[in-house]
Design a protein around this ligand. Sequence first.
Ligand SMILES: [Zn+2]
Length: 348
Amino acid sequence: MKALTVLPLTAGSARLDDIDEPAAADGPVLVETLAVGVCGTDIEITSGAYGWPPPGRERLVLGHESLGRVLEAPAGASVTAGDLVVGIVRRPDPVPCGNCAVGEWDFCHNGQYTERGIKQRDGYCSERYRIEADFVVKIDPALGRCGVLLEPTSVVAKAWEQVDRIGGRAHWAPQRVVVTGAGPIGLLAALIAVQRGLEVHVLDQVTSGPKPDLVAALGASYHTGTIEDLGVGPDVVIECTGVSSLVFDAMEHIGPNGVVCLTGVSSSGRSLAVDAGLLNRTLVLANQSIVGSVNANRRHYEAAAATLAKADHGWLERLVSRTVPLEKFGDALVRQPDDVKVVIEINP
Ligand SMILES: [Zn+2]
């Protein structure tokens, strides 16, 4: 079968390979892949900056944002042939650490977890894959191709859970939310906020292209200014850019008892002048919290499936701004100015 593979840590090594059918050891559920989303991590892997092959192998099958249809499943499994499904990315470490032992592998403590399409396990960008029944999530069939958005939605479902848990330390009735960055993660974080009935402001730099319209269509406000420009400090900031200046802007302008959740990954080596004394003083005197959040466990995938099921499917379809057939995968790995979410189609 065809698969998109890379030689990790080698730029420009992505190619279409003919590989063996999925190994039985990967799990009893056989899935026909329909679509694989491309994100910043995939671009990092194909640019040679990131990624680990499976043990004893040189190449890694790419792809961790997936959508597929079950071809075979064992009797009694949570999925059956014909179901639309998404594969969970991370697997618990073999030790396992305390978190992995209870299914909280997104909080893996020793870093020995593996991830499909990223770290020591083949990804989903092949015509078929096999998977363990506990690591496949069924989605509403009405979602169709939009189901490929489940994995990025799981990341923000987790982020919102962190915000809820911190906010819940006292009376918590947030009203105003700022999301920084109108890429797929920011837009999906805003979708959850809108579904909760919150006042949602999305900040980004662009003034044209699909992002301002997508924010407006959601019922949120689009801004190109700063958090400070909004006036009253927000109760929640979901930071989705990893841009250092925005991260500190969020910390400095969060409202009383507010929570800043950081989801963007920055590159290191950038310095910024910060009044650390003032920042500390404000955080303490206003009970503010800063929390980082990465990855997702099964609970977050299921929350994300519910979020997508009740979203406007037309809006979700607009988030998938470009689809590329597997044979032209190279086009999907090069960013274009109006891209929101780019998806590789398989078995169309
Ligand atoms: Zn662990």
